[in-house]
Design a protein around this ligand. Structure first.
Ligand SMILES: Cc1cc2nc3c(=O)[nH]c(=O)nc-3n(C[C@H](O)[C@H](O)[C@H](O)COP(=O)(O)OP(=O)(O)OC[C@H]3O[C@@H](n4cnc5c(N)ncnc54)[C@H](O)[C@@H]3O)c2cc1C
Ligand SMILES: *[C@@H]1O[C@H](CO)[C@@H](O)[C@H](O)[C@H]1NC(C)=O
Ligand SMILES: *[C@@H]1O[C@H](CO)[C@@H](O)[C@H](O)[C@H]1NC(C)=O
Ligand SMILES: *[C@@H]1O[C@H](CO)[C@@H](O)[C@H](O)[C@H]1NC(C)=O
Ligand SMILES: *[C@@H]1O[C@H](CO)[C@@H](O)[C@H](O)[C@H]1NC(C)=O
Ligand SMILES: *[C@@H]1O[C@H](CO)[C@@H](O)[C@H](O)[C@H]1NC(C)=O
Ligand SMILES: *[C@@H]1O[C@H](CO)[C@@H](O)[C@H](O)[C@H]1NC(C)=O
Length: 619
């Protein structure tokens, strides 16, 4: 078999030898384990993509994390016809193996990068940072690390705006039921706290059973530093966390597999894959949305109409592109592209992503080496029994949440761990670049290097997304992330590196002979002081790919894009309901919060139409 045809493992020419070896191994294993792997990803057949002017009650743009949930909830209504339009293809089992590093997912990503800015991501390829979001049915819930974290109460309470009564609905105490609405928690010790957790919902969450010895070492080292093991999702300030993931039977559960697949038989639900929405059709006189144009194949577009509402769930980057192309955005930005502004709104501003840095790697002295045969057997074990080392995220199963400052009783940073196996005869991990130290080449449970990422959970720097200058319609949107623009962010990041380095002084780490790996940090010297870490953070900046804020909710149209019911200001029949509406980050990753937003949006839509209130009357 031609290795280049392996559709997810061989996408980057610059891989080193070990990577090719790993790719080949994977390919062989896949070929021998399952007949339907490496069959081409399926998408809706060409002739079925043309809906021939069909009219729906709701059109959902983007079958991603949020889109799949909303599709489920709305199509449960007896007489509502729902259409989902997704640019990517159906999800494959290849992406459901927890132990395969998500770095190998490039074929189902949008493959966006931030703009070069001269102050962050300096030594990353092209002087810019990769932003990875999913282009597949299920969206980023198929490509993410599956950690189930909700963030802290004070984050949601901070979204409240005293000028807008409706914002009270987003206070944490009013959201806990939305988190629980789809939760099926599989760990009894967590379920005991029934205020926060429940079972019986569509989304299975639980811990992995697989534990390796370094997990215990790091957990013990963190506890030496004063951190206790807790369920983070109970508004805790500090903890070492043995994470819950969205898995069932040690297999990834995406919102596609949890919410969409089980209801696809519904006659009133139509799901098209491999179709990109290119424009929102707006009746400019009535300032209302009629539906969308979508591309069924290159250059061939078709309309689809929505009687009630069009709901955008394309994520924080793609929503901006679609809205701008449709005449909804900042007037000045649109003017540059000769697009007539229909509604002047700050779409694309307030881009925020959590940020971290590479460069902090720990070498494990006596890591066992692993043979090709063993890995092949591990894959077989996973396919046959859903167990073994591939039923694991390795050291990534734990992380620490730490409160740096006194202001709130809540964490400011996460110290996240990621194992990597570096092939090196001498086990000398010197002269390995940061980029190589991060290129995972093995299933995640095999590693001789642990990268520690200090993540700023609530960065202050804000960026902006705009249309591609040369090719607004087909080109990649321009992402000015502005990582570390605010000096406070750099300070916090460097403070958190200081804390991370304290790990090395713990008895546990010393006993396990885990040391700082002297990887090549060019052009930052190997001194252990703030100047060096400042340099490293600016050069080896890393985007967490949790983008939010570009369509943030708020009370008025100068400051926000949607109201607290997620309706786009100044236009009828258009809502946005995904991570892009979050005004600011929560102290955790945003998968669970995005699912919560989708549940909340669904309830609000159901309620509005039931009560026939607002300007949605008589459409
Ligand atoms: C590598 C990675 C790891 C992560 N790990 C975690 C984690 O462990 N825990 C956590 O909590 N969070 C994690 N996240 C973040 C989290 O998964 C995402 O932020 C969240 O899922 C975003 O959901 P969304 O609905 O806003 O967008 P998405 O899930 O990205 O959905 C958008 C969908 O819309 C489609 N689309 C976009 N534009 C169009 C168009 N014009 N026409 C048709 N379709 C379109 C896209 O193809 C996509 O399917 C991670 C993210 C990444 C990328
Ligand atoms: C829509 O789906 C729901 C849920 O399956 C079902 O009860 C209803 O009959 C369907 N309506 C139509 C018009 O098919
Ligand atoms: C906008 O229109 C003007 C006048 O027709 C033209 O000169 C200019 O090149 C256009 N700009 C773009 C970005 O298309
Ligand atoms: C799967 O589990 C069964 C029963 O425990 C065992 O006999 C079999 O060898 C396992 N298969 C693999 C590939 O590990
Ligand atoms: C888990 O998956 C394996 C392999 O497909 C299957 O044999 C087993 O029955 C599943 N177990 C459960 C509890 O679903
Ligand atoms: C690392 O690089 C330095 C300078 O380039 C070189 O002198 C040294 O021998 C290298 N060390 C190893 C172990 O390769
Ligand atoms: C819009 O809302 C923001 C945030 O609540 C507020 O600061 C601003 O004064 C408001 N502007 C107007 C014009 O009401």
């Amino acid at each position: 078999m031609d290795k280049k045809s392996g559709h997810y493992i061989y996408s980057n020419k610059s891989y080193d030898v070990s990577r090719e070896w790993f790719s080949l191994t994977l390919l062989m294993v896949f070929a021998s384990c399952s007949a339907d792997l490496f069959s081409k990803a399926t998408r809706t057949k060409a002739d079925e993509r043309d809906l021939r002017n069909s009219v729906f009650d709701f059109i959902i743009v983007g079958g991603g994390t949020a889109g799949c949930i909303i599709a489920n909830r709305l199509s449960a209504v007896h007489d509502w016809k729902v259409l989902v339009l997704e640019a990517g293809d159906e999800e494959n089992i290849d992406y459901q193996i927890p132990g395969v590093p998500t770095k190998d997912y490039r074929p189902i990503l949008w493959n966006y990068r931030t703009e070069k800015n001269g102050f962050s991501c300096l030594s990353r390829p092209g002087g810019s940072c990769e932003v990875r979001t999913g282009k597949v049915l299920g969206g980023s819930s198929v490509t993410n690390d599956m950690k189930y974290t909700r963030g802290h109460k004070i984050d949601y309470d901070g979204w409240h705006n005293s000028g807008a009564m409706e914002s009270l609905e987003w206070k944490f105490s009013n959201l806990i039921d939305m988190f629980k609405a789809s939760e099926d928690n599989g760990d009894y010790d967590t379920l005991i706290n029934s205020f926060f957790h429940t079972r019986g919902g569509e989304m299975r969450v639980q811990r992995f059973k697989h534990v390796d010895r370094y997990m215990e070492v790091f957990e013990a080292a963190f506890s030496e530093m004063g951190l206790r093991t807790h369920d983070l999702n109970t508004n805790i300030a500090e903890a070492v966390v043995n994470h819950q993931f969205t898995i069932s039977n040690n297999t990834r559960v995406s919102t596609n597999s949890a919410f969409l697949k089980p209801v696809k038989h519904r006659k009133n639900l139509t799901v098209l894959t491999g179709v990109t929405v290119t424009k929102i059709m707006i009746n400019t006189q009535e300032k209302s949305v009629d539906g969308v144009m979508y591309e069924i194949e290159k250059g061939k577009e078709r309309p689809a109409y929505a009687k009630r509402e069009t709901i955008l769930t394309g994520g924080a980057i793609n929503n901006v592109k679609l809205l701008h192309l449709s005449g909804i955005g900042p007037k000045l930005d649109l003017k540059k592209h000769n697009i007539t502004t229909i509604v002047d709104l700050p779409v694309g501003l307030n881009y925020q992503d959590q940020v971290t840095t590479g460069g902090l790697s720990f070498a494990i002295a006596d890591a066992a080496s692993v043979s090709e045969n063993q890995i092949i057997n591990d894959f077989k074990t996973w396919f046959q029994n859903r167990s073994g080392p591939l039923a694991s995220k390795g050291i990534g199963q734990i992380s620490a949440f730490i409160q740096l400052y006194e202001n709130f009783n809540a964490p400011d940073i996460e110290l996240s761990l990621e194992g990597n196996f570096i092939r090196s005869d001498k086990f000398m991990l010197t002269n390995i670049s940061v980029n190589v130290a991060e290129e995972t080449t093995m299933p995640l449970s095999y590693y001789n290097l642990v990268n520690l990422y200090p993540i700023l959970l609530r960065p202050k720097s804000k960026g902006k997304v705009t249309l591609n200058k040369r090719n607004p319609k087909l080109g990649r949107p321009v992402i000015q992330a502005n990582f570390l623009k605010e000096s406070e962010d750099l300070d916090t990041l460097v403070d958190s590196i200081d804390i991370a380095l304290q790990l090395l002084d713990t008895k546990e780490m010393k006993r396990a002979e885990i040391k700082l790996a002297s990887i090549d940090l060019f052009p930052c010297d190997r001194l252990r002081n703030r100047d060096q870490w400042n340099c490293i953070a600016r050069h080896y900046t890393k985007a967490m790919s949790n983008p939010i804020g570009t369509c943030r909710m708020g009370g008025n149209s100068t400051d926000s894009v949607v109201d607290f019911k997620l309706r786009v200001h100044g236009i009828d029949g258009l809502r946005i309901a995904d991570a892009s509406v979050m005004p600011s980050h929560v102290r955790g990753n945003i998968y669970a919060p995005t699912m919560m937003i989708a549940e909340k949006a669904s309830r609000m839509i159901l309620k509005d139409w039931k009560e026939n209130i607002g300007s949605y009357n008589n459409r």
